[in-house]
Design a protein. Structure first.
Length: 271
C-alpha cells in the first residue's frame, strides 16, 4: 500500500539527517516541501533526485487532491518542512488527516528537533514539559499563557524580533523565573544560555544585533511548593553563622533553589 512519510530534516546543520531519511527521500515518488528552494539545498548535498512539489500553509487545501491521487496510483510521498519535523509548528496536519481518512498509511521518519535539543542540554527537576509552538501576538495573550502555565516546564519558539519583549513579560510575571534559551541550534553560531530571567534578559539586552531562531524553556515555578522545605534548610544553615548571600548561594547550588527567592526569604523571615 502507498505511504505518506513524515520526514524530519536538519534544523541547521545538514549533517543532522538520518540514513533512513535519505533512503526514504530517494525512494519516494515525490517530496512535498514548504519551499522547494530550501529543500533543494538538502537534496543537492545528498544527491537526491526525487521530484519536489511545494506544499505550504497557503496551499495545503489546494494540494490535498493532488497528493491523494498520487497515493491512489500506488505512489509514495514524503512530506518535509524547511527545517525540523512537519506538523510541529509547520504545515501537514490537513494532509495527514486526509490521507488517514482515505485509509493510507502515515509513517514518521524521526530526526532533529530544536525542542529536544534544548531540553536535552538544560537542567530541570522534572521530566515533564509542555510545548506550545509559537506564542500568540499581543502582550496580553502572551502574559495569559505564561500565567496559566507557571507550573509547567513550558517550551516555545520565538523570533529574534520578539525575544526581548517576551523575556520582559516573563520577568514581569515572575522575577524569580529560571529559563533556558537556545539560539541557532546546530548552526555555526549556536548558543544555549541558562540562568535567571535577569541574567538572560541582561545578556540579550547587551547584544547589539539579535539574529536567529529561538527556542525557550521557562522552568516550572516550584518556589511556593518548596517554600517550607527551603525554610527548613535555611534554619539548618543559619546554625553555622553564614551570611544570607552564602546561604542563598549554597542552597541554589546544592538544591537547585532560585537564589533570589531564597535571599528574599532570608530577609523577610525572622530567624
Amino acid at each position: 500500500m502507498s505511504e505518506l512519510f513524515i520526514v524530519s530534516t536538519p534544523i541547521g546543520n545538514l549533517s543532522d539527517i538520518t540514513l533512513r531519511a535519505i533512503d526514504v527521500l530517494n525512494s519516494v515518488d515525490v517530496i512535498a516541501c514548504e519551499d522547494t528552494r530550501n529543500t533543494s539545498i538538502l537534496c543537492d548535498k545528498y544527491d537526491i533526485k526525487t521530484r519536489l512539489i511545494s506544499y505550504h500553509k497557503y496551499s495545503e487545501n489546494a494540494r490535498i487532491e493532488l497528493f491523494l491521487n498520487y497515493l491512489s496510483e500506488g505512489k509514495n510521498i514524503a512530506l518535509v518542512s524547511d527545517a525540523g519535523t512537519p506538523l510541529i509548528s509547520d504545515p501537514g496536519t490537513i494532509l495527514v488527516e486526509a490521507v488517514k481518512k482515505e485509509g493510507f498509511r502515515v509513517t514518521p521518519i524521526v530526526g532533529a528537533s530544536a525542542v529536544l535539543a534544548l531540553l536535552s542540554s538544560s537542567f530541570r527537576e522534572d521530566e515533564d514539559f509542555k510545548f506550545i509552538g509559537f506564542l500568540p501576538k499581543g502582550d496580553t495573550k502572551i502574559q495569559e499563557i505564561l500565567e496559566l502555565n507557571k507550573n509547567e516546564n513550558l517550551v516555545f519558539y520565538e523570533s529574534p524580533k520578539r525575544i526581548l519583549n517576551v523575556l520582559k513579560i516573563i520577568k514581569n510575571i515572575n522575577l524569580n523565573a529560571n529559563i533556558s534559551v537556545g539560539r541557532e541550534l546546530t548552526k555555526k553560531f549556536e548558543e544555549i544560555n541558562e540562568g535567571s530571567i535577569d541574567e538572560i534578559l541582561t545578556y540579550y539586552q547587551n547584544k547589539s544585533d539579535i539574529k536567529g531562531e529561538f527556542v525557550v524553556l521557562v522552568k516550572k515555578d516550584k518556589t511556593e511548593i518548596d517554600k517550607k522545605e527551603i525554610l527548613k534548610d535555611i534554619l539548618k544553615l543559619k546554625k553555622y553563622n553564614l551570611s544570607n548571600k552564602d546561604i542563598s548561594n549554597i542552597l541554589s547550588d546544592l538544591k537547585g533553589y532560585n537564589k533570589n527567592f531564597v535571599y528574599d526569604l532570608l530577609i523577610k523571615k525572622p530567624q
